[in-house]
Write a protein that binds this ligand. Structure first.
Ligand code: CMP
Length: 654
């Protein structure tokens, strides 16, 4: 070998090492300086803290760029270093790769701590020594070159350690990138060092085609690192941290899969210079066979994709799929897993999920209606039952006030009146507890209110006559005691009461129901046993000009009955009301026999008519005529009473 060439190589390597050592020194100084500045600088204001963090991240690349700038300015021939680097890096890389294995194996086979490293490293060390002695003429250059490679590797390694292990990253994105990129970047560190060594022709004469492949692989690795960084930023930072929405892992797997396929094609096409067309065609056969084999998996995959696009549910939603209900625990490219409300995990293949109907209890709203059915005894008025049920529902806090719960009378069944409760809840998984609260609340309330949930019973009743069918039992035993307590009938003797009782029936009216309508003809009279009724009179234009309320013991319907005129007012139940209805004939018989009753009733009637008159005048704003005015209210009442009495006598013609 030409001694001047050897001398030149040695000189170059010596310079390389010098430059590398300087670069390392600059790098270390920059790292130390960086730490000193940013640790020592403790701003007090929020703005200052923010500025420091920004500058800290922004200045990080400088730590690397400074020494690199130093090197490139001085060594344009940077890439022609000795091949000894190759062996050195191999040794180093090998050590790093096998170290964890070594520890495990040593433990397993109880090898003493020194014996195993000797066995492991003996081979590469021998090769290294052999290669160095093989090229004695370049051994001087090899020494420098080895030093340079070590320096380069040390530099890259420290950069890696600093970025991925030591530096305190306070930003969540930093943590994410660290976790996802670490292994790829370290592979890059090893790869770059390896390439750095391999391009040296002195010892290992790698053919240019191999070098090109190596370079191509490094470029692809760089692309991979960038893609991984983007994927990690999008899927591990942007959506979960910034947007606070979970992205199913299978979506990330899909994107990564595409990136890997792209990189593989890039490697085949750009690095190995294969014809991609033939590659794709050739692989078509394989693809078809694999496709058949993976038919189901692919079906699940595309079903998963479709589910993702239509988004019928998201992670954490409570759903019912087919027969299985539970909380969506995981969605990946093959299956959806549900954590059932009984604590089991059920994995449903996506194709099955796509085929089954999906009920989502959480989205678009967590509102969910529950229906409860309950049967009550026939004797209880529906309005009372519904009021009690609504009272119970209002007490259970898990039952939403809006939309308000509803109670429906659903059916008249063999032994019970069936009600349905429709209530809205938000906590679907807790539905049984909520229903239990409601049901037990109902039990207590029914008990308090003496409402009975009947046993299935069958009552055999003889078919009623038409008369009985309409009015109920002929001799209601409760009518007589009630009549004897009505004040205006006090003067009646037992026989008269008996007569009256025979033509009287209790009738129950629901709140809001009309008992009689203004203008209708009427031949019954009512005494209020329980509840409240309202009286309403309208003028010719249909405007209400009088409203009056009556309760227990009051009576109404006497006007039409006694005078034969149409009903003077509309009377309706304000609450559920039980009324004793007396028919015209009954009252007439009693009045014929008892002049006092007639008098009392006609007085009340007169007062009412006077009230109506006044209200009408007030509404119309008319003045009472002078003579009426002169007579005074008492006189007017007398007047009306007399008129009425005459009317009554004429109507009853006695
Ligand atoms: P009648 O006309 O048969 O039907 C409607 C009933 O309403 C009437 O009998 C009275 O009993 C009652 N009524 C009419 N006007 C009044 C009033 N001003 N005050 C109280 N009750 C009334």
């Amino acid at each position: 070998m030409d001694p001047s060439y050897v001398q030149a190589v040695i000189e170059t390597e010596r310079q390389n090492l010098q430059v590398a050592l300087w670069a390392l020194a600059i790098f270390m100084a920059a790292v130390v300086g960086h730490r000193v500045v940013f640790k020592g600088w403790q701003p007090r204001t929020e703005m200052g803290l923010l500025t420091r963090e920004r500058l800290r991240y922004l200045s990080l690349p400088l730590l690397v760029l400074l020494p690199l700038w130093w090197v490139t300015v001085r060594l344009p021939q940077l890439f022609f270093l000795s091949a000894e680097l190759f062996l050195a890096v191999c040794l180093f890389g090998l050590a790093l790769i096998i170290e964890p294995v070594r520890l495990r194996v040593a433990k397993k086979y109880m090898l003493t701590s020194w014996l195993f490293p000797v066995l492991v490293y003996a081979g590469p060390v021998t090769v290294f020594l052999f290669s160095v002695t093989e090229a004695p003429s370049l051994s001087g250059a090899s020494g420098y070159a080895l030093g340079t490679v070590l320096v380069v590797f040390f530099f890259l390694h420290v950069v890696y350690l600093y970025l991925f292990k030591w530096a305190q990253l306070r930003h969540p994105l930093g943590e994410v990138l660290r976790k996802r990129l670490g292994r790829w970047v370290y592979l890059g560190v090893l790869g770059a060092t390896f390439y750095f060594a391999a391009v040296r022709p002195q010892v290992v004469d790698l053919p240019p085609s191999w070098l090109a492949i190596l370079a191509g692989l490094l470029v692809l690795l760089a692309v991979l690192v960038v893609s991984e960084a983007i994927i990690a930023t999008v899927f591990d930072f942007y959506f979960p941290v910034v947007k606070r929405s979970e992205i199913p892992t299978f979506f990330r797997d899909l994107v990564r899969g595409l990136v890997f396929i792209g990189l593989f094609l890039g490697f085949m096409g750009l690095v190995l210079k294969r014809d991609l067309n033939s590659l794709l065609v050739g692989s078509a056969v394989i693809t078809v066979s694999i496709g058949f084999a993976l038919q189901e998996t692919l079906g699940n995959f595309f079903a998963g994709l479709a589910l993702r696009l239509s988004r019928p549910y998201a992670l954490g939603d409570d759903v019912l799929v087919g027969q299985v209900s539970g909380r969506v625990d995981k969605i990946d490219w093959r299956q959806t897993s549900l954590l059932t409300f009984t604590g089991d995990h059920v994995n449903l293949p996506n194709s099955l999920v796509a085929k089954e109907g999906i009920t989502n209890y959480s989205s678009p709203s967590r509102l969910h209606a529950r229906d409860l059915r309950i049967g009550l005894h026939y004797r209880h008025p529906p309005n009372q039952v519904m009021d009690v049920i609504k009272g119970v529902l209002a007490e259970v806090e898990e039952v939403r006030k809006v939309p308000a719960p509803e109670v429906h009378l659903l059916d008249f069944q063999d032994s019970a009146v069936l009600y349905r409760i429709r209530m809205w809840i938000e906590d679907y998984p807790n539905r049984w507890n909520i229903e239990t609260k409601v049901r037990s609340g109902l039990w207590y309330a029914f008990r308090r209110e003496r409402l009975e949930i009947p046993y299935p019973t069958r009552t055999v009743v003889n078919a009623p006559t038409a008369q009985e069918y309409v009015y109920g039992n002929e001799s209601d035993p409760q009518v007589l005691p009630f009549l004897s307590h009505v004040d205006f009938l006090e003067a009646l003797g037992p026989e008269s009461l008996e007569i009256l009782a025979r033509s009287a029936r209790f009738r129950l009216f629901a709140a809001g129901e009309k008992v009689c309508r203004q203008g209708d003809s009427g031949d019954s009279f009512y005494i209020i046993r329980s509840g409240r009724v309202g009286v309403e009179i309208r003028d010719a234009q249909g405007e209400v000009f009088l409203r009056h309320e009556m309760s227990k013991g009051n009576y109404f319907g006497e006007m039409a009955l006694l005078t034969g005129e149409p009903r003077s007012a509309t009377v309706y139940a304000i609450t559920d009301s039980e009324l004793l209805m007396v028919e015209k004939e009954g009252l007439r018989d009693v009045m014929v026999a008892n002049a006092q009753v007639e008098e009392v009733i006609s007085k009340v009637l007169a007062r009412r008519q006077l009230r109506t008159e006044k209200a009408r005048e007030e509404a119309e704003g008319t003045r009472v005529s002078k003579e009426e005015h002169a007579a005074g209210p008492a006189g007017r009442l007398e007047q009306i009473s007399e008129q009425l009495l005459r009317k009554i006598q004429a109507f009853f013609s006695y």
